[in-house]
Design a protein around this ligand. Structure first.
Ligand SMILES: O=C(O)CCC(=O)C(=O)O
Length: 300
């Protein structure tokens, strides 16, 4: 199948876009999971959450999409058909949504807390701020490291990407470069771009809109998969990731949440009753430099 990804179109599965591997055969073996995380930079767990619990959470979002007039008139909101307002929706930090009991049952539920507490080997916390999105047609996320957005606290911070619905690749699945967290070719990137703070440096966060530029210059291979509600992907702050384009007429609903050891320092932008979030917003024009200018300075 042909997959539009950034400014490229890749054949999947193929040598430019491979398959993510799940770690389900390692569940219950902490050392093996940690070794896999170190090697690949991510852990894909199939069916970590009860599917119905996730679909119940998705319904909160589906109802909101319908309420905001985003689903196509005359269609069943449960089909998530994108209406006239073409763009997607982002409810990051909108507690009425992100802390709705049915959403919290997934994002702060026992399944993910138990998994990450065991993995990290100590008590953990999760950021109060949660990123919740419905991705529209032709939309996607550019390639980046998460550390540039939330790097002020724990070095052991983990992202959890949770599809709230079945997300086949054509609906804009998550893509990762396995090993980008450790491959020697990425070392300079980790030392330069990986030290960026989008707020302190008033900088954009996406490294490139060209997935191939990254793999051809630094190494590795992009990988993605078809996701089902219940699956999660866990990854660290220096794992290069993005999403492929949503080619369908349906909203892709997913969340990104963050977890870390409770004893570690915490990035204060994302905690508290009303987390302050980014400042100034990275998409506003007061940016000090473009990513191209920063990259020229860093030589990457
Ligand atoms: O859902 C997406 O498109 C991207 C998510 C992401 O970048 C993240 O989880 O850090």
């Amino acid at each position: 199948m042909q997959v539009p990804f950034g400014n490229r179109v890749y054949e999947y599965p193929g040598d430019k876009l491979a398959e993510l591997r799940d770690c389900n055969n390692l569940l219950g073996n902490r050392d093996a999971l940690l070794a896999r995380l170190g090697e690949d930079g991510y852990l894909l767990v199939r069916g970590l959450h009860d599917r119905q619990t996730v679909l119940d959470a998705a319904k909160v979002v589906i109802d909101e999409l319908a309420k905001e007039g985003r689903t196509a008139p005359g269609t069943d909101p449960n089909d998530r058909i994108i209406g006239e307002k073409k763009g997607g929706a982002f409810w990051g930090g909108r507690k009425g949504m992100t802390h709705h009991p049915r959403v919290r049952a997934v994002l702060e539920g026992k399944a993910i807390f138990d998994f990450l507490t065991t993995l990290l080997g100590e008590p953990i916390l999760t950021f109060d701020y949660k990123w919740l999105r419905a991705v529209g047609h032709d939309e996607s996320t550019g390639a980046h490291y998460d550390v540039v957005y939330m790097g002020r606290g724990s070095s052991r911070l983990m992202t959890v990407w949770t599809p709230f619905v079945d997300v086949p690749i054509e609906q804009g699945s998550l893509a990762v470069i396995p090993g980008s967290n450790r491959l020697p070719g990425f070392a300079k990137l980790r030392e330069t771009y990986g030290k960026l703070d989008v707020d302190r440096d008033r900088a954009p966060g996406w490294f490139s809109s060209d997935p191939e530029e990254i793999t051809s210059r630094f190494g590795g291979q992009w990988a993605t998969t078809n996701f089902n509600a219940g699956d999660v992907v866990v990854f660290g702050m220096h794992t290069m990731h993005a999403s492929v384009k949503n080619q369908t007429d349906k909203f892709r609903i997913s969340t990104d949440t963050r977890f870390q050891p409770a004893a570690d320092p915490v990035d204060d932008r994302w905690m508290g009753e009303n987390p302050k979030g980014h400042y100034p917003h990275p998409d506003r024009p007061e940016k000090s430099a473009t990513m191209e200018e920063l990259r020229a300075k860093w030589g990457v």
